[in-house]
Design a protein around this ligand. Structure first.
Ligand code: ACM
Ligand code: ZN
Length: 534
């Protein structure tokens, strides 16, 4: 009897330990970004050769997306209904989940995703896919019949409504296929804004029909092999449509008045002294002249075409790093300052920015500027302006504080530590002070605010391509560190300790491999001595 009792005790202990192991290794626990709430169930769903996918009309887009994804592996019978092996429902969801939140339940009877809209359903699908083999997630061969998913219920919603990723296609051009590849990765990470930096000193990459020299000349002002291309309007429309399928809004950036040498080489009459800039590297005082009326007409014409191409409510107009040496000497700029009773050339930039923002307001658009436009005082920016805080290295949280004081919504995208072009260790072109690893960005990211002001829309991550960060170098810088930023953008609730989080990241490496991502090291101490960043 005693013996049996002991055996029973041992068995109970064994089952207890096993259940802990099962819970701790349950696939649901590996979902990234981490869902708000995950509960495992003692049940399983098994894939048969065919499945019935039921949906309601409000989530037809996501139903089709899932049917295409699973249709490679099993026969999918899609039907507007409330009964099926997989049921997608946009009706009667918990209203507290907002329009991006979702509930996912997997048990013996089937899979159910409910949400208040198609976007939430799409994110529920993204979590569901992470419960499937990496081959299926990556669209590779796999025999899904007989595969079982552990029972689970998930309730999830994002911390922030703005979760952006920026690619600098201005300094280096990337192919449309590459851009689409990154849109796919963004969808997996539940990121919803593709911030597309399309114009720079080193290249103008967006076709503008009214001003063909912008691309004929402006896309070829730099000498690098990957600095020669531009996106036709058809290619842009195709990318915007592709992003929309993934519930991603594309926000283009037309950076003015600085970082504009490429445009000003093409149309030198737009400079203060009618002379084409002689250099395209770094940033210079070769700005669009803020005094000439023709400048405003030129930029507004460009924006008319931009607005046609990008249905996004937001358009980014840059405004960063615009040294005023030329404006300080330009008769037209000085005249404008006098006529408009402005304080100085900094105020002239505020006048310039306000004027463009007001123009965009008449088109129903909101305008994003980098934080430089809220450093000083002067002309008040209109209420359709959003501030993207970037320069924490140079100006701390000045832009954040001033934007809050002036009532502008804010996107946090600080150069400590959301600039993924900075490698983990010094590189020939970035010194020690421009390096960080995944632990640093997880624990010290200045953009990851604990108690964000209600004006904070969210966070951004970016890959700048200055200093010849070429297309083939991007994966190794973005991954796996982007997991950390996506987690900070999405995960609502207590932050996981770093070891737990990093354990989850490592479990995603097979997925990265299956997706063909050439990911780099995560931790400083993991960087091989002879690791090549280029
Ligand atoms: C920036 O990094 N110049 C926005
Ligand atoms: Zn001027």
């Amino acid at each position: 009897m005693v013996k049996l009792k002991n055996i029973m005790k041992l068995k109970t202990a064994y089952l207890f330990i096993l259940s802990i192991i099962c819970i701790s290794t349950s696939l649901a626990q590996t979902i990234l970004p981490t869902p708000m709430e995950v509960k495992t169930l003692d049940s399983k769903f098994e894939f048969k050769t065919s499945i019935k996918l039921a949906y309601d009309t409000n989530c037809l887009q996501s139903a089709q997306w899932l049917a295409d994804k699973l249709g490679i592996y099993v026969q999918v019978e899609k039907e507007e209904s409330t009964v099926g092996d997989i049921v997608l429902s946009c009706k009667r969801a918990n209203k507290d989940l907002g329009h991006e939140g979702y509930e996912l339940r997997v048990d013996h009877d089937g899979i159910k995703i409910s949400s208040n809209g198609d976007t939430g359903i799409f994110y529920g699908i993204q979590s569901l896919l992470q419960l499937l083999p990496v081959e299926v997630q990556a669209g590779k061969n796999y025999n899904l019949k007989g595969f079982t998913i552990e029972g689970v219920t998930i309730a999830d919603q994002p911390k922030y409504s703005w979760r952006s990723f920026m690619i600098d296609s201005g300094r280096q051009y990337q192919s449309p296929e590459f851009i689409k590849r990154y849109l796919n990765y963004m969808a997996i990470l539940k990121m919803n804004v593709f911030h597309w930096h399309l114009t720079e000193g080193q290249g103008w990459r967006i076709e503008i029909k009214k001003y063909p020299k912008l691309t004929e000349i402006g896309s070829k002002v730099a000498t690098g092999k990957e600095q020669q291309g531009y996106y036709t309007q058809d290619e842009i429309r195709d990318i915007v449509a592709y992003a929309k399928e993934l519930h991603i809004m594309v926000v283009p950036e037309i950076d003015v008045p600085g970082h504009s040498e490429a445009a000003l080489i093409a149309y030198s009459e737009m400079t203060c002294f009618g002379k084409a800039p002689e250099t395209v590297m770094g940033f210079s005082s070769n700005l669009f002249c803020g005094g000439k009326e023709s400048t405003y007409a030129f930029i507004e014409d460009i924006l008319d075409e931009v607005n046609e191409l990008f249905p996004s409510q937001y358009i980014h107009l840059g405004g960063d790093e615009a040294p005023k040496a030329n404006w300080d000497k330009c008769p037209n700029c000085l005249k404008k300052i006098e006529e408009e009773h402005l304080n100085d050339t900094h105020d002239l930039q505020l006048y310039f920015s306000s004027r463009l923002a007001n123009y965009m307001k008449t088109k129903g658009k909101k305008v994003i500027f980098w934080g430089d436009v809220v450093y000083g005082n002067g002309t008040i920016l209109p209420d359709n302006v959003v501030i993207q805080w970037w320069n924490s290295r140079g100006h701390g949280d000045l832009a954040l504080k001033n934007a809050i004081k002036r009532g502008h919504p804010i996107i946090c995208n600080t150069n400590q530590y959301t600039y993924l072009n900075f490698p983990l260790v010094p590189w020939s072109r970035y010194k020690e002070n421009r390096t960080f690893d995944i632990k640093k960005t997880y624990e010290e990211n200045t953009s990851d605010l604990e108690n964000p002001n209600e004006l904070v829309l969210g966070m951004g991550a970016c890959i700048w391509t200055d200093w010849y960060v070429l297309e083939h170098m991007i994966d190794q810088r973005v991954f796996p560190r982007l997991f950390s930023l996506a987690e900070q953008m999405w995960h609502k609730g207590a932050r996981l300790d770093f070891e737990t989080f990093y354990g989850k990241v490592k479990q995603k490496y097979p997925l990265l491999t299956a997706l063909g991502i050439d990911y780099g090291p995560a931790l400083l101490e993991e960087v091989p001595i002879d690791y090549k960043w280029e």
